[in-house]
Ligand binder design. Structure first.
Ligand SMILES: [Zn+2]
Length: 423
């Protein structure tokens, strides 16, 4: 993976980091703690660049997708532009206001020491209190702890930000912190568990070596999507209806899909890989590649690029299978919105705009639209009933948007034509 030129670039970048952080020099963080806290309180008014510059967003080197994608897709390994929200009171674990990483392995009966917070350098360290945790030490469990925490900390911000729900989301349980267990034990599994207020991420052996589900950004985001939906609609978790369980699974895959999609650097790789055709963008649409390869001998676990309908799945009560209808629908919508923005790009250029039409820009414009379309209606979901899945698949973006409103907002009214199944 990677050319030697690329490696050199990466190394020089690393050396830069190292020289600025050696002992005896001035602390890297130039702002006082009080200034940081003041800025933190005004963070929703600050642009991304300012947030990064002030340290209000911290760089953490996480996988774009997972180690399997990293191994065979040029440019889709470690995301070196990734940042996650800083907040006052970060602590070892990592522990933040809404999350606590507790690295207890029930199979081995081992509690692994936590990543150490260095408030002076504004970063997490290995237990030796010297080694900065990044992908250079990706075999360290503390790097896994940091990677999983940084992922959910960023995803929660995505849901709570202005283009998302624009408010704090509560958990479905008492207490402020969702517990994250990055090495819960041996097993081909990962799940959200309300009873223990936790995400449990397992590890297992495959032909290619140990698979850590905590290193799969898709899996972490999927499980976290369950926790978010449970906070928003707790009765869904208790429903015995297959469609409601399928909606939970959809919410997990939607979270994974939108988080990958909202990543600027990743979108560029996706466009390059698929020659600008999202109908071929399995890199974006395919979820949990490493897990799928190891457990199902498939190129991914599930995918948004599917043509399933409720008719195909008549009689199938398996929630993950049913959820693919909704995930496929949302991917249709994403492709439709992208096509609209591509058209806008062409029209703008024709009308005398100075810029040539750009797929990269069209896809970037699709991001906030998708965030609004897919996240904001969550507040309109029925409180206690199951969610019906759409029976139709859309052909174009307008139809797709109508379908989305039927799926989400439309639950409040009875759609004419009855293009859905029962509850
Ligand atoms: Zn799930």
């Amino acid at each position: 993976m990677g050319t030697s030129a690329k490696k050199q670039k990466k190394n020089s970048k690393k050396n830069d980091n190292k020289t600025t952080g050696t002992a005896g020099e001035k602390p890297e963080r130039k702002l006082t703690r009080q200034t940081m806290i003041d800025l933190y309180q005004a963070r929703q008014y600050l642009g991304l660049d300012t947030l990064k510059e002030t340290g209000l967003r911290m760089p953490v080197r996480v996988y774009f997708k997972d180690p399997a994608v990293a191994a065979d897709t040029e440019g889709a390994g470690i995301d070196d532009e990734f940042t996650t929200p800083w907040e006052p009171g970060l602590d070892d674990g990592p522990t933040s206001a809404r999350f606590a990483v507790v690295d207890y392995d029930a199979t081995k009966n081992v509690l692994t020491p936590p990543a150490i917070w260095d408030a002076r350098k504004n970063c997490y360290l290995a237990p030796d209190r010297k080694t900065v945790l990044d992908d250079e030490v990706k075999e360290l469990y503390q790097y896994h702890q940091l990677s999983v925490w940084a992922t959910v900390q960023n995803t929660l911000d995505f849901f709570e930000s202005g283009a998302g729900l624009g408010r704090r989301i509560s958990w479905a349980f008492e207490g402020n912190r969702l517990i994250i267990v990055p090495h819960a034990g041996y097993g081909e599994n990962a799940y959200y568990d309300r009873g223990s207020k936790s995400l449990q991420l397992y590890w297992f052996e495959s032909e290619k070596g140990t698979v850590f589900t905590c290193l799969s950004t898709d899996i972490v985001n999927h499980e976290f999507g369950h926790a978010v939906l449970d906070g928003l609609r707790p009765y869904y978790y208790e429903s015995v209806l297959a469609q409601t369980a399928a909606f939970h699974e959809f919410m997990g895959d939607l979270t994974a899909l939108l988080m990958a999609f909202s990543n600027n650097a990743f979108r560029k790789v996706v466009l390059k890989e698929s020659n600008g055709e999202l109908t071929d963008a399995q890199l974006l649409a395919g979820l949990a590649r490493e897990f799928g390869e190891a457990t199902a001998n498939a190129p991914y676990l599930r995918t948004g690029l599917n043509k399933h309908t409720m008719q195909d799945l008549a009689g199938n009560l398996e929630p993950h299978a049913l959820s693919e209808v909704l995930t496929g629908t949302i991917f249709d919508i994403l492709m439709g919105v992208f096509a609209k923005h591509q058209k806008n790009e062409v029209e703008r250029a024709k009308a005398g705009g100075s810029k040539n039409p750009s797929d990269i820009r069209a896809l970037a414009d699709t991001v906030p639209r998708m965030q609004m379309l897919a996240i904001q209606p969550l507040d309109l979901l029925r409180l206690s009933h199951g969610v019906a899945a759409a029976t139709a698949r859309a052909d174009d973006a307008d139809q797709a948007e109508r379908l989305l409103s039927l799926m989400l907002n439309g639950m409040l009214t009875d759609p004419a034509g009855g293009s859905r199944t029962g509850y």
